[in-house]
Write a protein that binds this ligand. Structure first.
Ligand code: XUL
Ligand code: CO
Length: 439
């Protein structure tokens, strides 16, 4: 039985080797290196996801699985599920990354009734607890898959059928309890089917209220069981639904406000979801930072030519540097981290490809962190930004914010002082040059 866990045994443990690093080692990610007061490991908090790396067989909408992984090939029973769990935790250990993430259904054999679901998931969680102990790995977040089973075709918390809603409650309670027991740092809700295909058959207002009720119940359960991690919503504008309610960070914030949950729930921002919603990745991070709901990151990119979720490992140091600056401005990760919700390409069929994907993603983000450190220590970009808003510390800026000041007071000030504001350069090209000098 142990031979099965040796899927990666032909490869060495992956370690930092610096300048002369071979391809199966880290060139930039030196986990103990201190950057701006924290180690790289503490800043980046890397996590491997179970679903793309160990469950996805290499299928796409036009063809079946291409991967020949022993736990996927034929038997999808208890043994295969156990093999998958062992191999996954061993892989995270081999990469020397601290965390992993899973959906309930990723770690267990399939179950189509309540009794099997509960029993099989419980077995899986017992096993994961043991494996966390023996490999020294931790859980960044847990979640429930409320989108793959046909019962969720019309939504889970936004299904027209309350029986489906109750099944969703069963899965979410189970996954939250498991996350708590396994010492997870966060619990994530991604509402892939919480949206609609056509308004002709959709009562949008009712669905939002049902969804708000669900999230309130999740928060209540968190407090009831004493889970101290963060509850995170992962925004995405569409795919699989035509329209997803958690469209982007700003939309999620409006939703949280409406249901009084803005101090209870944060966001898990995915790079590829940000670009699908027409924003840059760094925009979503900055928005979450400004609204006080920045939680965690799914670090997978899209393809600049394709309008769907290609879930690729990050490989643009420049784009990730801009994102890293915003993460640092938002105060960095507290409970969150960088989860690789990323998959190797369908033609990358070997065990080795999984290592290259993760090593590349880790090194790109490590390099981005080092660039961000240089840019921040250089100081000129932040100085420019501060000086651009200096007027708000002056008399007029302060008056505008005084609670006794009215719109007419401000208008009259403009008249009395005959204000003629002058144009001032935003210096965009200079600032872009400063960034590029540190790449
Ligand atoms: C789907 C997606 C999910 C969530 C977890 O686009 O990102 O894998 O991260 O359910
Ligand atoms: Co994701």
């Amino acid at each position: 039985m142990s031979a099965e866990t040796d899927y990666f045994s032909q490869f060495p443990d992956i370690a930092y080797e610096g300048e002369n690093a071979g391809e199966l080692s880290y060139r930039y990610y030196d986990k103990n290196r201190v950057v701006m007061g924290k180690t790289m490991e503490e800043h980046l908090r890397f996590s491997v996801c179970m679903w793309h790396t160990f469950c996805w067989p290499g299928s796409d909408v036009f063809g079946g699985g291409t991967f020949d992984r022993p736990w996927l090939s034929h038997d999808v029973g208890a043994e295969a599920a156990a093999m998958k769990r062992r191999t996954a935790l061993e892989f995270v250990r081999k990469l020397d990354l601290p965390f992993y993430c899973f959906h309930d259904v990723d770690v267990m054999e399939p179950a189509d009734n309540v009794a099997d679901y509960r029993q099989r998931f419980a077995t899986a969680v017992d096993h994961l607890e043991e494996l966390q102990e023996t490999t020294g790995r931790r859980l960044l977040w847990g979640t429930a898959n409320l989108f793959s089973d046909p019962r969720y075709a019309a939504g889970a918390a936004t299904s027209p059928d309350p029986e489906v809603y109750a099944w969703a409650a069963l899965q979410v309670r189970s996954a939250m309890d498991a996350t708590h027991r396994l010492g997870g740092s966060n619990y994530v809700l991604w509402g892939g089917r919480e949206g609609y295909e056509t308004l002709l058959n959709t009562d949008l207002g009712r669905e939002l209220d049902n969804f708000g009720r669900f999230l309130s119940l999740v928060v209540e359960h968190k407090h009831k069981i004493g889970f101290e991690g963060a509850i995170l919503i992962e925004p995405k504008p569409h795919e699989p639904t035509k329209h997803q309610y958690d469209f982007d960070t700003a939309t999620v914030y409006g939703f949280l406000k409406r249901y009084g949950l803005e101090n209870e729930v944060q966001v898990n921002i995915e790079a590829n979801h940000a670009t699908l919603s027409g924003h840059t990745f760094e925009h979503e991070i900055a928005m979450a930072g400004a609204l006080g709901i920045f939680g965690s990151i799914d670090a997978n990119r899209g393809d600049h030519q394709n309008g769907w979720d290609t879930d690729q490992f990050p490989n643009s140091v420049e784009e990730m540097t801009l994102a890293m600056i915003e993460i640092i401005r938002a105060g960095g990760f507290k409970t969150g981290g960088f989860n690789f919700d990323a998959k190797v390409r369908r033609q990358s069929v070997d065990a080795e490809d999984l290592l290259h994907g993760h090593i590349g993603g880790v090194d790109v983000l490590a390099r981005a962190l080092l660039n961000a450190e240089r840019i921040i220590e250089d100081g000129r970009i932040n100085e420019f930004r501060t000086s651009r808003y200096a007027g708000w510390h002056g008399e007029l800026g302060r008056t505008i914010h005084e609670s006794t000041t009215s719109l007419s007071d401000i208008a009259d000030l403009a008249i009395d002082r005959d204000l003629r504001p002058r144009h001032r350069s935003g210096r965009q090209e200079r600032l872009e040059n400063l960034v590029n000098r540190h790449m």
